[in-house]
Design a protein around this ligand. Structure first.
Ligand SMILES: O=c1ccn([C@@H]2O[C@H](COP(=O)(O)OP(=O)(O)O[C@H]3O[C@H](CO)[C@@H](O)[C@H](O)[C@H]3O)[C@@H](O)[C@H]2O)c(=O)[nH]1
Ligand SMILES: [Mn+2]
Length: 550
């Protein structure tokens, strides 16, 4: 009986239908490309030097487009789907579920509204997962006491919100998103909890408006004295507080059930030391959390990306805990989806091609890239562990929290681990933690993990696991795209380059898909040339594909 249960898989992988049809179609395009190339080659203008140069330039651009198209075919060659069986997971592994540490990053209380950040925090605190194994960390790169205050208020609201979510099994568990999706609340519990949420929101908004925590409340909030030495967001001590201590038997919700641990951290910052943005924040969190909960699995989300499905941890565990293949998997990436894309998506913010096509293709070649949000990692992998053949899952460690150290001892250790000098002369940012030196630290980190022999998994369930905020204006979109294309180009030129040699552990197909992103910036040169020169030709009455033989 036991053996029978064991044989049931935790997930299945299916190939996309219609692959043969697609390949025939792709082949016809390829023939078309070759015909254009041969046409260009055979009809080079001989009489006019200016036209000849233009012609050859167009030819060069067409050669480039052809090769770029070849790279895109790698991502379309063999797309796959994954489906999880969460009931098998719960039946077999519930007792040995690992500790999960969730890292939420925020960096600016003005650009990233605090009610939104708190809704994200509350949504991950309300996961359907044993609370003694769930720990939520908020990293605040602004070191703002307003963010800290908002977190304290949110933790009080969590005492009502979490039991409410579980009792009525509501989705999504971000209060902002939940109340926005409800129009007519009849149930008195809903009316009550909505009132509490409105009060939370207005307390936070009032403090933001005032620019400070109202005087009459200050004295009731623990830990605020740490801000005495605060100079600016680029110059302050480590600010750290365990807001809900999961070790404390009194840390319960209104129903008397345990709450997840909740921690606030603003790592030390000094103008003299470079802080490495989000990568630096995540690395500080990795070290600090190791002293508090040391969860074997780490989920990181951007502060604007709330959990839209309370079962997502179990989806991820279906891959990581799978008896057959789980030990090869370093991370499980969920797509980046958004709740605010405009109807006509004029800026293409929904990343549809990436989510629905390219990542499925990457998955069949060894796994998707790491997107920086909505991703579950093994802690040891993030800490630099290389894959080795004999590696086996060990979920038996029953020690979920650090019970040995007192709060004071933990605080001392944390101050040291989150200090801006800690990483000096260490492997952090190089072989350990999130890799530094690239504006898309996630892309670089994922690739370097895959180079170490690990696989990754793309999980794109019907109900979106996370929903974030996409840029929706002509000012934001080019800024983001410039950063992404610049970062991906940096990866191409770095020692992790997907075009480089010594990539034995990554398949050719996967390297080709990485090249789609890495060559995105370069592609613009050919596009620019092709569109301007052709237009100029047309303006002068010359067709750029016109044959010279009359
Ligand atoms: O110094 C910093 C800067 C940013 N962040 C946080 O990092 C996240 C992402 O930053 P954002 O400015 O929103 O960048 P986006 O372009 O929206 O981010 C996308 O692209 C990034 C780079 O690839 C990834 O890290 C992100 O996960 C991905 O959502 C946010 O939660 C920020 O609060 C920090 O913690 N510290
Ligand atoms: Mn963002």
């Amino acid at each position: 009986m036991e053996n029978e249960g064991y044989n049931l898989p935790l997930f299945e992988t299916k190939e996309e239908k219609g692959r043969v049809g697609y390949r025939v179609f792709a082949f016809s395009i390829f023939v078309g490309i070759c015909l254009i190339w041969s046409y260009r080659l055979n009809f080079i203008p001989q009489d006019d030097e200016g036209r000849r140069r233009g012609w050859l330039g167009l030819f060069a651009a067409e050669i480039w487009f052809g090769f770029y198209w070849l790279f895109t075919q790698a991502s379309r060659w063999n797309p796959i789907h994954r489906r999880t069986f969460k009931h098998h997971l719960s039946e077999r592994h519930e007792a040995e579920f690992p500790g999960v540490d969730v890292f939420v990053c925020t960096a600016d209380p003005e650009m990233e509204p605090l009610p939104m950040v708190m809704s994200t925090v509350l949504s991950v605190m309300a996961y359907d997962y044993p609370p003694e194994k769930l720990n939520v960390y908020l990293s605040d790169d602004a070191g703002s006491e307003l963010t800290y205050y908002a977190l304290v208020e949110a933790s009080k609201f969590a005492r009502h919100w979490i039991p409410f979510c579980k009792k009525f099994n509501i989705q999504p568990r971000s209060p902002a998103a939940y109340f926005a999706s409800q129009s007519n609340h009849q149930r008195k519990e809903v009316v009550f909890i909505q009132k509490l949420y409105k009060e939370l929101e207005s307390r936070i908004n009032v403090s933001v408006k005032l620019g400070q925590i109202p005087k009459e409340i200050r004295s009731s909030i623990k830990g605020l004295s740490q801000w005495k030495s605060y100079v600016s967001r680029r110059d302050h001590d480590t600010l750290f507080q365990i807001v809900i201590d999961g070790r404390d038997p009194k840390a319960t919700d209104v129903e008397g059930d345990m709450l997840p641990t909740l921690v606030y951290l603003a790592r030390e910052k000094r103008p003299k030391y470079f802080h490495n943005f989000k990568a630096g924040a995540l690395n500080a969190l990795l070290r600090v959390s190791s002293q508090i909960s040391n969860g074997q699995i780490i989920l990181n989300v951007d502060c604007d990306m709330y959990s839209n499905d309370s079962d997502t941890i179990k989806d991820a565990l279906c891959f990581l805990m799978d008896e057959e293949q789980g030990h090869e998997v370093a991370y499980v990436q969920f797509p980046q989806k958004f709740h605010n894309v405009t109807k006509n998506e004029i800026y293409g913010s929904s990343l549809r091609v990436m989510n629905e096509v390219e990542f499925r293709g990457m998955d069949s070649f060894g796994g998707p890239r790491y997107l920086g949000t909505g991703c579950f990692h093994r802690r040891e992998v993030l800490c630099g562990k290389k894959y080795s053949k004999g590696f086996k899952n060990d979920w038996s460690s029953k020690k979920y929290r650090n019970y040995e150290d007192s709060i004071n001892e933990v605080e001392e250790k944390v101050k040291h681990l989150a200090s801006c000098t800690y990483e000096k002369n260490t492997q952090w940012g190089k072989e350990m933690g999130l890799r530094y030196g690239c504006v898309v630290e996630d892309g670089m980190t994922g690739l370097s993990i895959q180079r170490q022999g690990w696989k990754s998994i793309y999980c794109n369930p019907k109900r979106e696991a996370f929903l974030g905020v996409a840029p929706t204006s002509l000012i934001q979109t080019p800024v983001q795209h410039k950063r992404w294309s610049e970062g991906d180009l940096e990866i191409l030129l770095s020692r992790y380059s997907p075009a480089g040699f010594g990539q034995g552990k990554i398949s050719l197909g996967l390297r080709m898909v990485y090249c789609i992103y890495s060559l995105w910036a370069v592609n613009s040169l050919a596009t620019l040339y092709y569109s301007t020169i052709s237009s100029l030709y047309l303006l002068r009455g010359i067709q750029h594909l016109q044959s010279q033989l009359k």
